[in-house]
Design a protein around this ligand. Structure first.
Ligand code: ADP
Ligand code: ZN
Length: 526
């Protein structure tokens, strides 16, 4: 008893029960385990919270030898190790932040063959000393966690994952299991190719998270919209995602001023600050983390009740992963994306300016366009999101904003023509706010300086509210009739799309944006 191979000969189901205390395998876990037990390679795609760990932990124990788990983040490793030790598994993590005596203890445990499961970062694993030590003993399986990090097309690419291609050379005949929550076809193919496992069994589970109430709202007044969501989660944990470090600091400070316990989290923090923030987040206290995407992998607090995006993610994949951090315990949780036309135009502009190779830009552009379409969709949002991952939902989900409050559309042809004309007449260099001021017949410093009150378009839209015109402008950007000309987001016409609208050759159906009342009702109806 107590030896490393003590579970060899016990059935996976019994190990699941005896060690982890679970009654049954969930979703694809059983299939994944069976596949690796046979010695075959596998690629497992499961949403965050789906239960990927069991897929490699169980076979690692049931097969003779030590299980190797490659993981990109120290926090993630430490967490898993702590959890496993609690249930009597001798797990350890080898990474750069070990204290001297910790590292020595692990080395002697390794030498004595006492380690059941070893977590290791890719660069550490393939360093000569470690590799030599590890190849000296039998290895039961190799798990490659967060396997999408190997794909250069992904949003979390890690070059050091590339070296994992050499695993079969160092560990011949050891079955490998790659796991990820990023499901798109391209990433999937990249993983299989980069890990050189063409014959791997590919197991894809449903990505539908029925406990998530997904909503997206046009930005009106950001802080008010944000606090009205947070208000519904006074004593709970929430994550707010922002597009830049400076913005996380600013929003967190503004929230603290309003009495919230709010912390900023981004890649610019020192390791000590990061650890401190993570510790508080994990402690279970009510807290709002205002973060960039740096707050991502390894975030395993199960009771996050809301994820709010103040800036639009660049792809449906990134969006899915981030909202997936809500409700990992399966209880109802909400996600709210605030989006605006300028954000979309700016994202497109920066992508065009980027120095990435054209092939890469093409893929990023198609992902960005998919994300924009997702925000403007008038149909079931969950269905549209799952569609991005090649999954077809039979009926509407019933729990997204568009399902609960069917979108009202109207013939916006006339409004669209007015907006586009105003952009054209003012010289295609002003932002949406200026265009709207001219449309509504307002005078202000900029209007007067440019003599825009003398234009024929001045005041042609004064019968409609500012919010109405914002919606029109945003949707014209989303459908590509308008683009951003520079980083200060002056709007210009995309002739191909704009001209048929201006000429009256094309009708434009627009969605009526939710009013504040509807936003509030949406929150209450959770
Ligand atoms: P992932 O890595 O896919 O995000 P985890 O492996 O962290 O997900 O598992 C998510 C949660 O589901 C954990 O709290 C875990 O204890 C639980 N879980 C996993 N498998 C089972 C199972 N077969 N039965 C019940 N709960 C499970
Ligand atoms: Zn829906």
């Amino acid at each position: 008893a107590g030896g490393r191979d003590r579970f060899v000969g016990t059935s996976p189901k019994d190990v699941l029960h005896a060690v982890f205390g679970f009654q049954d395998f969930r979703s694809l876990q059983g299939q994944a385990v069976a596949c690796v037990m046979k010695g075959r390679d596998a690629l497992v795609l499961m949403p965050t919270g789906g239960g990927k760990s069991i897929c490699y932990q169980v076979p690692a124990l049931c097969r003779p030898g030590m299980g190797l788990v490659i993981s990109p983040l120290i926090a993630l490793m430490d967490d898993q190790v702590a959890g496993l030790r609690q249930v009597g598994i001798n797990a350890a993590a080898l990474h750069s932040e070990l204290e001297g005596d910790e590292a020595a203890k692990i080395r002697s445990d390794l030498a004595a063959g006492r380690v059941d499961l070893l977590y290791v970062s890719p660069e550490r694993l393939l360093s000569p000393g470690t590799l030599e030590r590890l190849t000296r003993q039998p290895v039961s399986i190799i798990a490659i966690d967060e396997a999408h990090c190997i794909s250069a097309w992904g949003h979390e690419f890690r070059p050091e994952y590339r070296a994992l291609a050499s695993l079969p050379k160092h560990f011949p005949n050891v079955p490998r299991i790659a796991l990820t929550a990023t499901a798109d076809e391209r990433t999937r193919e990249d993983i299989l190719t980069a890990l050189d496992m063409p014959d791997a069994e590919v197991l894809v589970s449903s990505f539908h998270r029925s406990n998530l109430n997904i909503a997206a709202l046009p930005k009106a007044s950001e802080m008010r919209q944000l606090t009205s969501v947070l208000e519904r989660h006074r004593d709970e944990a929430c994550i707010v995602y922002c597009g830049s470090r400076a913005r996380t600091e600013r929003i967190a400070a503004a929230l603290r001023d309003k009495g919230w316990t709010a912390l900023a989290f981004h890649a610019g923090l020192s390791p000590i600050e990061k650890r401190a923030a993570l510790l508080r987040f994990r402690s279970g206290e009510p807290i709002v983390i205002v973060a960039t995407v740096a707050f991502g992998m390894g975030i395993d607090r199960p009771d996050v009740r809301a994820v709010i995006h103040l800036d639009m993610p660049g792809s449906p994949e990134a969006y899915y992963q981030q909202i997936g951090r809500a409700g990992r315990d399966g209880l109802p949780s909400e996600t709210v994306l605030l989006y605006g036309g300028e954000d979309m135009a700016r994202a497109r502009y920066w992508l065009d300016q980027s120095s990435a190779p054209d092939s890469e830009k093409r893929i990023m552009r198609s992902r960005l366009e998919a994300m924009i379409a997702l925000t403007e969709t008038t149909g079931c949002r969950t269905r549209a999101l799952l569609h991005c991952f090649g999954e077809t939902l039979e009926g509407p989900c019933g729990h997204c904003d568009n399902c609960r409050y069917p979108v009202v559309t109207f013939d916006g042809t006339d409004a669209a023509r007015k907006f586009l004309s105003t952009v054209y007449r003012t010289g295609q260099k002003f932002g949406a706010l200026h265009i709207i001021a001219v449309l509504r017949g307002k005078t202000n410093e900029a209007v007067e300086r440019n003599h825009h009150e003398t234009l024929s378009v001045w005041g042609i839209g004064k019968d409609k509210s500012e919010q109405f015109w914002r919606g029109v402008g945003r949707q014209l950007i989303a459908r590509g009739a308008l683009r951003s000309e520079g980083q200060y987001s002056g709007l210009a016409l995309n002739q191909d799309v704009a001209r048929p609208i201006l000429r009256g050759e094309e009708t434009v159906s627009l969605r009526a944006d939710a009013t504040q009342e509807l936003e509030k009702a949406a929150g209450r109806a959770r």
